[in-house]
Every structure is written in C-alpha cells, then in structure tokens.
Design a binder for this molecule. Structure first.
Ligand SMILES: [Cu+2]
Length: 476
C-alpha cells in the first residue's frame, strides 16, 4: 500500500493496490488473520517531500504501527523508532502474529513522531481481525458481526467535486495551481483542530446517517475501533445494556477469576481503544450513540454524537457477515494472556503533565525527542507495576506498544478481581483540586518476542506529537 495525498480531500491517505481494477483503492484493507500467521505489508511513501510549515520543519515521513499485537519491536516488525520512511522511500513489514494472540479486533496506523495526529486524523488506519472469538465464547457462533471504524476526520476547505476531477493521486502529477491549492489546504487544515472543522464518521459515512438491520431479539456482535486521533467516545444503545465481550482485543474473561462477559450501560472507548459487545435487537428502532465525555476542564470537548440507527426495518445487509460456528482451537505452546501475572519485579512511576497553555507535554518532566535513551529498562520474562500519575486537568490515554497491561486500581480504588482485564489504552483520570489522578497497572513483559526498544505514550495523538511519549527497552 502507499501513503499519498487524497485528490478528493487534499489530506494524506492510504491507497492499497491489487492486480485487478480499480488497482488502487482509497483506504486501508481489513487484515483478517489467525494466531501464528504472518502479515506482510509493502509500504511506499508517496507523500510530497517539500512541506516546511511544521514546527519541526521535516518532510512528511510515515510508517506503520500494529496496535495491540504482541510483536517484536524490531524491524521489519512493529518498529516505529528506526523505520521512518522519507518521501519516495519504501519498506516491507513482516509481522508474526503470536500463537497465543487473543482473538479480537486490533488496528494499524502510521506512527511518525510529530505527524501521527495529522495522519490518523485524516483517516489513515485499518483493522486487523484475529479470528476465533467464537471458540472463546461458543454462544457467539453464527451471530452476525459488524466491524465499525469510528473516525473524526478534518473537513477540508477545498474538497468539492469539481476540484476532485482536476486532481491526480500523486503530487508530482499535480498542476502548479493544484500544488499551491494543496499547500494552502494542508497548512490551513493542519493548524485547525477545533471540532467545528471535523466530522465523526462510522465506516467513512457521516455519524448518524447509517441504518443497521437488527431484528427483534437478534444478537449481533459489534466490533468497534476508536480510530480518531484525539476523541473519547462513550458508546451506548438507547433502551438496553451492552454485553461486553472484549476490550482492546482481549476477551474480558481471559484472566482467571474474571467474568466471561460483563453487562454494562455504556463503554468508554479512548482514542486507540477497541470494544467488542453484543447488542440485542429491540422491537423498535433505537440509537447507537456516543454520550458526552468529560475529559477535564482543560480537555478537548467530546460532545454527544449519534452514530447509527439500529432498526428492525432497515434494508438487509448486501452481504451477510456471520461468525463461523465454534471449532476446536489449536492450543498454543504458551498462553501469557490466560496466565495470571507474576509478582512485580519492578515498581515505576510515570508522571503525565503539560505546560500551562497545553502546547507541550511531558512524561516524568521530559518532552520526547527521537534521540532520547530509554527511560526504563525492563527485564524480559517479568511483570512490572507502574503507577501512572496525571498532574494535568485533562484526561490522558496511556498506551504501551507491544504489550498489554492490567489495571489494578484507579485513584486508589482497587478494581475487583472479576472485572480485571487486559488493556492497551487506558484513560488516567485528570487532577482535581491539585490532587493528581492516578492508576496502578501491571505491565506484562513475559513474552520473549518482546525484546528491544519501543514506546509508551498518550494516545490523544496531538499530546503524543507534543512530547508525551517515552522509550522502554526490554532486555533478556
Ligand atoms: Cu494526553
């Protein structure tokens, strides 16, 4: 696939290629894999090389991060630190999905420091589905499943149909006038991230415009990715509770002692987070919505938004997508996600903070630089306890690459064992009355494939681009 300028929006986008017409398709394909499979993706950076309006003055680099998968952090696998494609450069990723990767929904997106929010905020993201969830919960076998990608994309000032017709896919093919248009649009849009210039979409259609066929009493599995760059979504369906099956790719019942499903009124999905839940059809139309989310006095506004109508009289699916019936799953040689964590070998503190006007962001008083040494060095095979402390008056979404973690307590309040689950994105509460928000987590470095240097950061991506990121090195 390639990263290039979308002639329709003048924003950066993925195109992917096939041997048959139309040869290049806008967007990023869903990759459906089984545990133990390899994913090979060739990526070609066709973004223009000449932009200098960024604070850092660099051209548009790009790369890929495979969010949530337990992978080697070293090239050609899930490496975002040294695999950084300059314009016209290309590379091939070779990613080995772990034999014990839990079945569920994961995703991939670019991760070039300073550029991540801009690229993801223009929709550059695709889904990775690891097969087999019906073997974990046989009651899911045969249900209709719906993969839903939620984005918040920029409204481009110049994306009308006439303009589309005059543009081509590669910048080098643009006329001088269109090059100037592009530069102006790029500069204009990049500097505006207020909500008025963005729109929430569900599978690339404006939120609220989608009608989904759910028959009365029918159970369907919704598999949702928050692929926005900086928006919290609080999912709910009017008139019913949701049956939560899985968060961040991992079934909630995976940890011994936790319940197989949870009945919940709503599910907060931070940017980068995923949830899989069963919805049961009512005998009348209802609404899948995101409730307003309180991200703190200094946080971005996350107002309520209607996402879709669930309607027993909606037109039937053109192609039905049903989960297979359960089969006997192959037993992996080890299964860290189902093995209770060992006693922590190390205790660390991660302080999240920002400057007064919210333009620079820090972890342990340090704003990220690509040349930084690792902030922490962990020993492979161990579990560590990290205390996350949020000193700012807005929520920050903690995310680690390569591994998942278990949230033990929030603001000093322990999470009951039956509700403990693996996460890879988690909102650390904001400070109130100068008392920092906090969360205590267990970070799992047991899988030997995770050796090398990688990053943890805030998944509100303009915070990451603004420096709220650090490196950790895991050694044998
Ligand atoms: Cu943040």
């Amino acid at each position: 696939m390639s990263a290039r300028i979308d002639p329709r929006t003048l924003g950066p986008t993925f195109f992917y290629h096939s041997d048959a017409p139309p040869y290049a398709t806008h967007g990023a394909p869903t990759l459906e894999v089984r545990p133990g499979d390899s994913i090979r993706v060739a990526l070609h950076n066709l973004l223009p090389p000449i932009l200098s309006d960024d604070a850092h003055g660099l051209p548009d680099t790009t790369n890929l991060h495979f969010h949530g998968l337990t992978l080697s952090p070293n090239a050609p696998s899930d490496d975002v630190l040294t695999t950084l494609l300059m314009p016209l450069a290309r590379t091939t990723y070779d990613v080995r999905v772990a034999a014990d990767q839990p079945p569920g929904i994961y995703w991939y997106h670019p991760h070039p420091h300073h550029e991540t929010s801009w690229q993801v905020g223009n929709g550059m993201a695709g889904v990775i589905l690891v097969d087999g969830i019906e073997n974990v919960d046989p009651a899911l076998g045969g249900l209709r499943q719906r993969v839903m990608v939620l984005r918040q994309v920029y409204l481009h000032p110049d994306s009308d149909e006439a303009a589309i017709a005059t543009r081509f896919c590669g910048f080098k093919n643009l006329s001088t006038k269109n090059k100037i248009d592009y530069l102006l649009a790029h500069r204009l849009v990049r500097k505006s991230d207020d909500d008025a210039k963005t729109v929430v979409t569900l599978n690339d259609r404006p939120a609220g415009s989608v009608a989904i066929d759910v028959k009365p009493g029918e159970r369907q599995l919704f598999r949702v990715v928050n692929a926005t760059s900086m928006r919290n979504l609080d999912l709910a369906v009017d008139g019913e509770r949701l049956e939560l099956i899985s968060q961040d790719g991992v079934p909630v019942g995976y940890l011994p002692g936790s319940e197989r499903t949870q009945s919940v009124p709503d599910i907060v999905l931070p940017p980068g987070g995923r949830a899989e839940f069963v919805v049961t059809g009512l005998d009348h139309a209802t609404t899948l919505r995101s409730r307003a989310f309180d991200s703190g006095p200094k946080g971005d506004k996350d107002p309520a938004v209607e996402l879709a109508t669930l309607d027993p009289s909606a037109p039937p699916d053109a192609v039905e997508n049903r989960l297979p019936m359960p089969s006997v799953a192959v037993k992996p040689p080890h299964d860290y996600y189902r093995t209770p964590p060992t006693a922590p070998a190390q205790h660390r503190t991660v302080v999240l903070a920002e400057n007064a006007d919210g333009s620079r962001f820090f972890i342990n008083r340090k704003s990220f630089d690509m040349r930084d040494p690792a902030m922490f060095v962990a020993k492979s095979g161990t579990v560590e306890e990290w205390t996350l402390r949020n000193e700012s008056e807005e929520v920050h979404t903690f995310h680690t690459h390569q591994v998942h973690f278990i949230v033990e307590s929030v603001n000093g309040r322990p999470i009951p064992e039956r509700e403990r689950e693996w996460r890879d994105t988690y909102n650390v509460p904001y400070a109130r009355n100068h008392v920092p928000g906090s969360a205590k987590i267990l970070v799992d470095f047991r899988d030997p494939v995770v050796r090398g240097t990688f990053v943890f950061h805030c998944h509100i991506l303009d915070h990451e681009d603004g420096g709220m990121m650090a490196k950790v090195r895991v050694e044998a």
